[in-house]
Structures are given as C-alpha cells and as structure tokens.
Write a protein that binds this ligand. Structure first.
Ligand code: COS
Length: 386
C-alpha cells in the first residue's frame, strides 16, 4: 500500500465529496455542451488525480492497484467523461513509460503527466487494426539516428489535447506480427502530426475521440520506450491488462450510482396507489443489480490484490473487465426499465448513463477479446499442468 489507511480514507472522502458536490451538478451541462469546463481539469490536477498511478518519485500519488480501484469506483459515480479527463494520464497514456520506460523517459515525462501539465494519449487502434492489435500498419522506418513515422491512428481518446502520444508502430516490415511492433513516445507538436475532427459519439459527451495522422514524422532513436525495438506489443498488452482493472472499478461505481438513482425514483414514484419500491417485480430488478454489482466489486478487489502481489493478472483482469462492463450494461438497462417512460427522457441521468456505459464493453478490449484472453490463459495453464 502506498498510503496508510487513514490517508486513503481521507483522499477517498475528498474525491467522493468532489464528485457529489462539483461533478454531478455539472453532468447535464457537460452532456449538452459536449465540453467539460476548463476549471474542472485544474481542480482535478490540484487534487492529484492526474498522477494517481504515477510513482511518488516522479511526482505522482503512487497508489497501489488496490487503492486506485477505490478511487476509480468513486469517480465512476458520475458521468464517465470526468474520469476520462484524467483517464489517459492515469492509464494507457502513462503506464507504458512507468512499466517499460528508460530512466530518462520517466524523468522527462512522468512528472508532467502526474501534474496534468501534459496530457498523454495512447495510439494503438488503426482503421484496419482494432481487436487484432498485432496487425498495426503504422510504420516507423529507420532514418539516420532516428525513425520516420507514417500512418493513421483511429478513435484516440484525448488526442486533441494530448502533449505526448504513445504510438505503436511497425519497426520491422518483414515481421507482420506482434514482434515487429515498437512503442514510441512522440511529442504531439512534432511536424507532420495532425488530428481529425472529434467523432460524434453515442454517449460519453465531454470526452473527445479523434484520429491522429502521422505524415513523415521524425522521431529520435531514444523515443522508443525502453530503448528496445520489437517490444511495443507486449508493452501495450501489459498497459491494457492494468487499464482493464481500472475500468472495471469505474463500472462498479457507475453501477452503484445507477442503483441509487433507481432507489430514489422507486421510493418516490407511485403507481396503482403504491410506491414502485413496494412492487416485488421492481424489487427483483433492484436485487439483481445489487447482487451483480457486489460480485463485480469482489472480483475487482481480488484481482487488484493479485496485481499488487506481483502475480500475472492478464486473465483475472480480463475476467473483471468482461464481467463488470457487461454487469453495468445490465444494471443500466434495468435502471431505464425501473424509470419507465422517464428513463427514456434525456433529462434523467439514467438515459445518459445507459448510452455512456455501452462503451465499457468495447474499449480497452471488447467483451469478446476478454473472453479470448480468459480462455487462452485457461488452456495454457491446463496444458502446462499436464
Ligand atoms: N502481457 C505481456 N505479453 C503479452 C500479453 C500480456 N497480457 N499478451 C500477449 N503477450 C505477448 C505474448 O506472450 C506473445 O509473445 P511471444 O511472441 O514472445 O510469445 C506476443 O505478445 C503476441 O501475443 P499473442 O500471440 O497472444 O497475440 P495475438 O495477436 O494473438 O493477440 C489479443 C492477442 C487478441 C489478446 C490482443 O491483440 C488484444 O488484446 N487485442 C485487443 C486490443 C485492445 O484492447 N484494443 C483496444 C484499443 S486500445 S484503448
């Protein structure tokens, strides 16, 4: 544990209060305007939220995974766009450096990522490479002492305000698989980089996702993470394993919020002369949602503890992400059902969250990819035990 229990409790309370008093009242506005007020980013930076996962020696809070999921859960209680503001710096935009970066790369980038001065963004997905992450086509050709990058990255979160991109590019054109990929740290101001117009999304308004185009972008040789070619795919997989645990905790927080919205509505609204909460069919939906949310919470806590103990968590992180993201989809669906017609109206939080949570089953690996990761690990362990 990086923090003593009392400090963690205090920090958790601070985040909870911030979510309740500051972020929840902003949800409707942010959804309507598709923009988070600038001050929110500043406030989150002052609370240290950009640096949750970055070691203290590089200016972050250095939370353990078990601690990070507690905070992820708290942030999950409001619109997911607020969590996404800090999400790339905490997860996919910083962890490649934390896990595999050289000391110079850590010193150069991590303090600025931790403070929120620099936004990190993760460039893996491409127009023809999504779930099949090893088929990346963006090329990194050797050029004197450095490399020249060409290619298009798709659906890149926070790319329009990023200061540094972690870019997966193929350094070995003869190796079409995972081993031909290297991870680069690329300054977003480098000549030849442009970002597309943010996509219009189904939900999660306030978070912006756009393409990033690399045209003859020159990068120095020391831009390769860890200084070794061919390790980029493995780095990306490790980053995603960790990110999946964080996202699972956000799903749990969101499920809890949805359940609370349902409790509030069901104990106020009357039909057939009695409160909705008096109907056993409504109670059954509430009970199913609570049971599933609790099961997901137990999984995430267990997987996070395993991560902190240094165990390989590729499989359990996939289990957690798969279950928690599917769970919150079912909880959101029931929440709309309990709200009836009101659940279909934009003024109610559950209508927005129903759309917002759909993404959890897709990004950082679809449910189908999680199933593949789980099954492959099971089969590998079985083969090794024979
Ligand atoms: N940690 C470390 N290394 C890993 C790893 C992990 N979790 N998963 C795979 N690797 C390694 C393998 O050990 C293998 O190394 P060797 O060649 O030395 O044996 C290499 O990476 C290739 O692995 P594999 O053959 O399993 O790769 P596949 O092409 O079959 O792809 C999946 C595996 C499908 C699991 C991967 O492409 C994936 O996770 N896709 C989803 C990507 C994603 O989440 N995208 C979301 C967008 S990013 S926000």
């Amino acid at each position: 544990m990086a923090l003593d229990q009392e400090t963690l409790n205090q920090f958790t309370d601070t985040v909870r209060r911030y979510v309740t008093e500051r972020l929840i009242p902003l949800e409707e506005q942010v959804s309507r305007e598709d923009a988070i007020p600038e001050e929110v980013s500043q406030e989150m930076a002052e609370m240290g939220l950009y640096g949750l996962s970055i070691p203290e020696e590089y200016g972050g809070l250095g939370l353990s995974m078990s601690e990070e999921v507690v905070i992820g859960n708290e942030l999950g209680h409001t619109a997911p766009c607020f969590r996404s503001l800090i999400g790339t710096n905490v997860g996919i935009g910083s962890q490649a450096i934390v896990m595999d970066g050289t000391e110079d790369q850590k010193r150069d980038y991590l303090p600025r990522l931790a403070s929120g001065e620099l936004v990190g963004s993760f460039c893996l997905t491409e127009p023809d490479s999504g779930s099949d992450a090893a088929s990346v086509r963006t090329s990194a050709k050797k050029d004197g002492n450095g490399y020249v990058l060409n290619g298009t990255k798709r659906f890149i979160t926070n790319s329009t305000k990023a200061g540094v991109f972690t870019v997966m590019a193929r350094t070995d054109p003869d190796n079409k698989g995972a081993g031909g990929i290297s991870a680069f740290l690329v300054d977003a101001r480098s000549p030849g980089i442009s970002t597309g117009k943010p996509y219009k999304k189904m939900g999660q308004q306030g978070t912006h996702v756009a393409d990033v185009i690399f045209e003859d972008v020159k990068v120095p040789a020391d831009a390769i993470i860890g200084g070794v070619e061919g390790q980029g795919f493995k780095t990306a997989m490790k980053v995603l394993d960790r990110g999946r645990l964080h996202l699972s905790s956000v799903c749990i927080g969101m499920a809890d919020r949805l359940i609370n919205e349902c409790l509030g509505y069901a104990t106020e609204r009357k039909q057939f002369g009695q409160l909705l909460s008096d109907f056993q069919l409504i109670q059954a939906m509430l009970a199913d949602s609570k049971t599933e949310a609790y099961a997901a919470e137990a999984m995430v806590k267990d997987a996070a503890a395993k991560f902190d103990a240094g165990e390989n968590t590729a499989m359990v992180a996939a289990c957690a992400k798969y279950y928690a993201s599917e769970m919150v989809g079912r909880v959101a669906d029931r929440a709309v059902q309990i709200h009836g017609g009101a659940g279909y109206i934009n003024e109610y939080a559950v209508e927005r969250f129903y759309r917002d949570v759909r993404l959890f089953r897709i990004y950082e690996g679809t449910s189908q990819i999680q199933q593949i990761v789980i099954a492959r690990n099971m089969l590998r362990a079985h083969a090794a035990s024979r």
